[in-house]
Design a protein around this ligand. Sequence first.
Ligand SMILES: Nc1ncnc2c1ncn2[C@@H]1O[C@H](COP(=O)(O)OP(=O)(O)OP(=O)(O)O)[C@@H](O)[C@H]1O
Ligand SMILES: [Mg+2]
Length: 409
Amino acid sequence: MRNAVDNPFNPGSDVIPAVWAGRTAQLSDWRDVVRPRRLAGLYERGRTILGEPGLGKSTLVRRIAKEAAAAGDWVTQQLRVPSGSDPLKLVATALLKLADDAGLPASRERRIADAISRVQAVAVSGIGLTLRDRQGPEPHAALTDLLIEIGTAAAERGDVMVLIHLDEVQNITDGEVLSQLLIALGDAIVHEIEVDVPGGRVERTLPIAVYLTGLPDFEDMARARKVATFARRFKTETLAPLSDDDLAAALQDFVLRGWDVPDGSGGTVPIRMEKQAAAKVVDLCRGEPFLFQLAGEQAWYAGDTRVITIDQVRQGWRSAQREATAHIERILDRLPRREKQFVEAMASLPVAERTLSRIAEGMGLSKATDAGTTSQRLDRERGIIDRGRLYTFRHRALEAYLTTSWPEV
Ligand SMILES: Nc1ncnc2c1ncn2[C@@H]1O[C@H](COP(=O)(O)OP(=O)(O)OP(=O)(O)O)[C@@H](O)[C@H]1O
Ligand SMILES: [Mg+2]
């Protein structure tokens, strides 16, 4: 009954999890702001969604893209930038496919055929195009032009959006490539065309939405490259862990109705979760989407009864502990030395004494201001802490790891 095939929890997979929690603000931003505004020809910035590993950035935009595709929109797959590769080629290839899906009339219109062949060159040579032939057009211009053609075709249809999702953007380490890409996407977002309306002509933007997702380090890189338009054309959000309320709500269906699985004789039987068991899952995962899936998965495997009990949740978690630890250590070890020192010094202080000066002192610094930049980065860029008179942790799992025996049960 409770086996690997019917287990609805799925840590670390590329599918949108069946047991979904929270992120309502971001989903509604797409449904109620980005999509309707861009469809209406109004300007709306692209979205950059950053955050520490495992917070659900890729999954969130994958879900948005799935909704968009279901509504008939023209959607690139999640374009994942492999480290060390040339993302211009990746984006060029994706645009060619979009143009094909959109049925752009390349054979009839010279302009379109031209845009396509220039992007084909980018798909083959990527950034090499700029280096080899300094006289020639920059790759970004070719990408923008084709994107504009695709967007114009979408605008003519009236009810379709073009959605581009570029993932793992922190892997774009080549500054020149990063500039080219951000300019290409940014220029398409601001581009306006004239359309006929009764009584005259008006300007509209194209129904194009761009989502960039990746680790927080990306923002630094974009800023360091001084891609001046980046900050203005993209709205950046750093994801926080899920709230306990959101996680509990995600399990409520389990508690009340249960999850239907095949009963082995042609019918289905609901697998329920004790209320205390659900509360335990919420408590154990500390707002981490990945650990939420892991806790659920292991609890599911920990027995074969029709009701998942709190003991099974505990037992399941024991077999997941090592992985939970590895997950948090990965986050901690990725931090630059100063930032790691900061969170460790902060964690070693009692909650009521976590002021900037005490933390700086704990780091062996003579002045509080010496820790200023570090604390600012941990707050604004990484979303790991919140600054105030007293400093608090926003990343609850990191706090639990540094201050208690968690993830041990
Ligand atoms: N809203 C959510 N509700 C429930 N589970 C989620 C949610 N978002 C993500 N998850 C789960 O959390 C795990 C991590 O998600 P994801 O891979 O999207 O994180 P990420 O932020 O992209 O991580 P990375 O930085 O490592 O790429 C996946 O197993 C996914 O199923
Ligand atoms: Mg990801």
